[in-house]
Design a protein around this ligand. Sequence first.
Ligand code: MG
Length: 390
Amino acid sequence: MAGCIALIVAAGRGQRLGGELPKQYRALGGHALMRYSVEAFLRHPRITGVRAIIHPDDRALYDRAVAGLALLDPVHGGAERQDSARLGLESLGALAPDHVLIHDAARPFPDSALIARTIDALASHDGAVAALPVTDTLKRGGANAAIAGTLDRTDLWRAQTPQGFRFAPILAAHRAAKGLALTDDAAVAERAGLSVALVPGSEENFKVTTESDLARAAARLPGGAWEYRTGLGFDVHRFGPGDTLWLCGVEVAHTHGLVGHSDADVGLHAATDAILGAIGEGDIGHHFPPSDAKWKGSPSHLFLDHAGALVRARGGAIASLDVTFICERPKIGPHRPRMIARVAEILGIELDRVGIKATTTEHLGFTGREEGMAAQAIATVRLPLGGMGR
Ligand code: MG
């Protein structure tokens, strides 16, 4: 086979996004992240075949991610990215393409012109790398986080993928570099003395590494790619001996304490249940059974943090969380700003996404008789549409 084959490197275990899935399989607009880059190459008229390099454990995820697409059979990667790229190249030996483009699965938006530029450059060079000039001023850090110097950014570029190569020389270069730790395929080519061109990359061709990258990718999809879900939480704790209580993560002085297995933070318990409810994850007792002594006396921010992490693991975000305390005393108003700040901090969201309110029950019922406190909460969660869940 002559022509140009795209190798999609998808063997990484990178879970910096905090999810249970390697990031190339995280949900984006109803599909796995890697499907976008695979499709970009598949539909390009100058690409003759697309092959993914995957982790052996990920075969089922991969099959779902690329269902219905006409790819070459995937091959297994190695321990390091460089090993994976080499194994992908080795797998193409029988096909003997003229050119190969190596692309990271976590860059979902390589555009058609960028792919064409990279291939075009191979007419005059052994390799070609999509790259962008460095526009930020570069500082060298020194001791105690102080600046030790300012670097000259002239001639500095940020390398992206795809990185394109004439097939035979890059295969030989990778074989020669086996066992070395080089940061990209261009570095492997440079080490072998190949000529590698810089071709203009694209800001849209960013790599999804953080949750905010994933949100940026979702926002870029046409037609909006989010759904919104709402959950409700309600909790009650009885007053007992003590002179402080925990309310939404803030310790408040009072004539009584609240009794519970954990720290009895009725506000955070309601909030946690609201978030869990929005994503169909049961309730707080399911995740932190009261029968488990491990949670005795636990600070309830652990529970809320867990619920927030479950949302982030799905590529989602908490759009709003609103908590209402139901009690005669203590007065909530004076503590409201601290509670809002604490809840926002635990969840890693903006202050204006958190509401804290309180009402009395006009001295009626158990809260009116000050036998205990109740709290209710409602959470709205934004999730990528459809997709592979967590
Ligand atoms: Mg409770």
